[in-house]
Design a binder for this molecule. Structure first.
Ligand SMILES: [Zn+2]
Length: 151
């Protein structure tokens, strides 16, 4: 068995795929991928081949790699933010149609943020949720304490 590559090593691979030298290996034809393409290669090595630990993520905001295993859960989805704002099994029943809408917008997939970008993460997603709600869902009541209108 070969050892699992460290985050630093994967970072070097990530940079190599974008046109930089990999260690002392210089006399080869270097690829010149975008950050997204480079991470697709890494993703295949993670999910397809199991060579790279799948906790290594690319930050959705600044494109740096980080280990999501250290420093807590750094991923968040629209659905999470939505649940936080509207409650899951609160007194407000969220209509199926509304869930559909949220899920389909999820092409805004799960987003992952490094430690440094973590703070802006919630507000970015919150903005997306707000704009969806403003556009399409303004007729659904927001989570409220106390009284409920059944009409
Ligand atoms: Zn970042």
């Amino acid at each position: 068995m070969c050892k699992k590559p460290t985050l630093d090593e994967v970072e070097e691979l990530f940079n190599f795929l974008q046109g930089q030298d990999f260690k002392s290996i210089t006399k080869i034809d270097k690829p010149n991928l975008t950050a997204d393409q480079a991470f697709s290669v890494i993703y295949v090595l993670q999910e397809g081949l199991g060579i790279i630990p799948d906790t290594y993520e690319k930050c959705s905001k600044c494109d740096t790699l980080f280990d999501s295993d250290s420093g807590g859960d750094n991923s968040e989805s629209l659905i999470d933010v939505f649940i936080e704002a509207y409650g899951e099994d609160n007194n407000v029943k969220i209509p199926d149609k509304l869930w559909d809408t949220i899920r389909h917008k999820k092409g805004l997939p799960f987003e992952h943020y490094c430690e440094g970008c973590r703070d802006t993460n919630a507000s970015i997603l919150q903005d997306k949720v707000n704009s969806i709600i403003e556009k399409e869902l303004s007729d659904y009541p927001k989570k409220t304490e106390g009284e409920q209108d059944d009409r």
